[in-house]
Every structure is written in C-alpha cells, then in structure tokens.
Design a protein around this ligand. Structure first.
Ligand code: KG4
Ligand code: ZN
Length: 334
C-alpha cells in the first residue's frame, strides 16, 4: 500500500509544503518565496513574514497535496521565527486532526543536513557516516560531527553573523539587490579575488566562526576606495568566506578522522564554495556531498525526508510538536 507524508516548512521566509510517497519519491515540493515582500528592507521582517505565511499556507498545502490523502503530517518545529513556526504548527495540527494522521516535528537544521541525500532528479542516495556537516544559511553557520542519523555533536557555530547574513550585508554595502548571496556571487564572476586581501576569520583552535569583522573590513575598504570595482570587492569577499568555510570544515574532518562531508543551507548553492570544497576534499581523500542547488535553501522536501527517517527509526523519541524558536539540534551523545 502506498503511503504519503505531507511536510510543512515555515521557519523563515519560505512557505513550503512537500508530498513524499513511500519514503522515497518526492511527488511535489511547492515553495512560495517571500523575497519580494522583504527585499525593500534588505532583510526578513518577522511580522511581515508571519502574515505572509498565514496568507499563503493553505494554497501551498493544497497545491502540494493535490488529490492525495496524507498518512503522516510533518512540520519544521524550529529553530526559526516564532510567528512562522506557529503558522506551521497550527496548519499541521489541523490537518493531522482532519485526516487522523500522526504528526511529527522536525528540526530545520536536520532538514538542511539531510537535503544532501537528494541526488538531483535521480531520487535519493544515503549519506555515509560518520560525517562532518557544514550548515551555512542566512541564519546559521555551524559545524556538526554526525555519527549517525540522530546522533549529533555541535563542534562550533558563528559567534555573530551567519555566512549568508554576511553576503546579504555586503550586498547592501555595495547597493546590490536582496538576497545578497546570489547577487554577490554573480558579480564575483567578473572580478579578481586577488585584487583585495580581506581577512580570513579562522578563529584558530576552535570550530567557531565570526563574519562580522570581515563585513566591517569590506565597509572600511569601501569608505577608503570610493571608486572600488564592485566585482573585485565581491570576488575578494567571497574568497575570504569560502577559504574560511573550507579550511574549518577540512580541519574538522582531519581532527575527527572523518572521511565524509555534507554541506547544506542556502549558501551551499554558492558555486565557488562547491568548487573549492570539492578541490580540498579531493586533495585530502574525503567525499563531499552538497544539497542539490534547488534544495539548498529552505524547502519542505528536506523536512519530509527527515520525518520519514523518524518514522522508520522508532528509537527516535523527539518528534514533539512544541515549537522551539531557538532550538538547536539535540546532542544525542555522539
Ligand atoms: O537556507 P536559507 O534559504 O534560509 C535560512 O535558513 O537562512 O539561506 C538563505 C541565505 C541568504 O543569506 C542568501 O543570501 C544565501 O543563503 N544564499 C547564498 C547563495 N544563494 C543563497 N549565499 C551565497 N551564494 C549563493 N549563491
Ligand atoms: Zn534554513
């Protein structure tokens, strides 16, 4: 008998619903992006995000569901913006009651990790463990040691700005559009990274990150160089971020003697990061997996896949439906 799992993602500024069949086939993944609402503020405005989720959630779910009846309902229960999380939870609970289906709460960051199992249009390819997970998005920059699905240890995270946030802020300094990541990486293609030497915030001896000083260095550079070539600034800034992310990830793989790396989150779509990480991994004999570009940013497909893993692995008892705005991945004693 076929079974269908409906997943909902509303943690930040994408309203998304996905339908997953038999734990392996993605039937739909509808993503409504709120970018047009937030771009004039060059950042996500939480109140506007909540309202847009409330306005769009029903239509997005209807489109994802089509004529199917879901057997399970999943939703991302954190971390995220409280208003969006409430919309996702209320939608999930209402549907669960209506269909008499069990409800599963999924950690959004765990979703970004397992988005790496989607293998383009070829379906799914399981991750090999243990692995080092780099999660790089607009809200998070974190390195995790993953011993298995459900067994996580946080190695380090950013002390200030997330990598995606730094891209967004540098784009703002340069008067480029929002979100900044895609704009900066497009401009960087026409620039020369070695024209400007921005600092690499390696935070030696830790697996922590810090990108706010780098953003300030770009700001000072622009103040002192009124006619700076924007493409060179983009290329040099991007190179500093990429060098930092690649070095710290490879250092973690070496330290924990791990031969697998997985990179997820919106910034994982960055072509320079993908190329440099692949190069470094090849040199060190490490396998690297990325979320497919279309599933690097926020989406409900990744929540569906994680929820299915929870159904399968009955030993996981954390499928609780309370929303947790600041929730980290749980440390499962790795
Ligand atoms: O994962 P995501 O969609 O949302 C969060 O959970 O935060 O990530 C969004 C972030 C934004 O900061 C955006 O600028 C960045 O990902 N981003 C990129 C690229 N595409 C999106 N950063 C660098 N290069 C890109 N190509
Ligand atoms: Zn995200």
């Amino acid at each position: 008998m076929d079974f269908y799992l409906l997943a909902i993602e509303t943690t930040c500024d994408e309203t998304s619903a996905a339908l997953f069949k038999n734990g392996r086939e993605l039937v739909s993944n509808v993503v409504y992006s709120q970018v047009d609402i937030h771009k004039k503020y060059r950042g996500v405005v939480p109140e506007l995000a909540s309202r847009a989720h409330a306005a769009k959630i029903a239509g997005v779910i209807k489109e994802a569901l089509g004529k199917h009846k879901p057997d399970y309902i999943a939703f991302a229960n954190g971390p995220g913006l409280p208003g969006g999380l409430l919309v996702g939870r209320v939608a999930a609970e209402t549907l669960a009651m209506f269909y008499g289906a069990p409800i599963i709460g999924v950690n959004h960051l765990e979703g970004h990790l397992f988005a790496c199992e989607f293998d383009g249009d070829k379906g799914l390819k399981a991750l090999d463990f243990p692995l080092i997970s780099l999660i790089v998005s607009g809200g998070h920059t974190e390195l995790w040691l993953v011993k298995d699905c459900g067994r996580y240890k946080l190695l380090g995270k950013t002390r200030d700005d997330a990598a995606g946030e730094a891209f967004d802020k540098v784009a703002k300094l340069l008067g480029l559009g929002y979100p900044g990541g895609p704009e900066v990486s497009r401009r960087a293609l026409e620039g020369k990274a070695d024209k400007i030497n921005f600092p690499r915030p390696y935070m030696n001896g830790t697996f922590e990150f810090s990108f706010s000083g780098l953003k300030t260095a770009v700001s000072y550079y622009l103040q002192g160089n009124k006619n700076a070539d924007k493409a060179d600034v983009c290329a040099a800034f991007q190179a500093a971020v990429v060098d930092t992310l690649v070095k710290k990830t490879m250092d973690a793989a070496k330290k924990f003697k791990v031969k697998n790396i997985a990179v997820g989150g919106g910034v994982a779509a960055n072509a320079a990061l993908r190329a440099r990480m692949r190069e470094a991994a090849l040199k060190d004999g490490v396998n690297v997996r990325f979320a497919p570009r279309a599933l690097a940013g926020d989406n409900a497909a990744m929540i569906a896949l994680c929820a299915y893993k929870k159904i399968k692995g009955a030993k996981r008892k954390d499928d609780n439906i309370k929303i947790k705005p600041d929730m980290m991945l749980k440390n499962w004693g790795a």
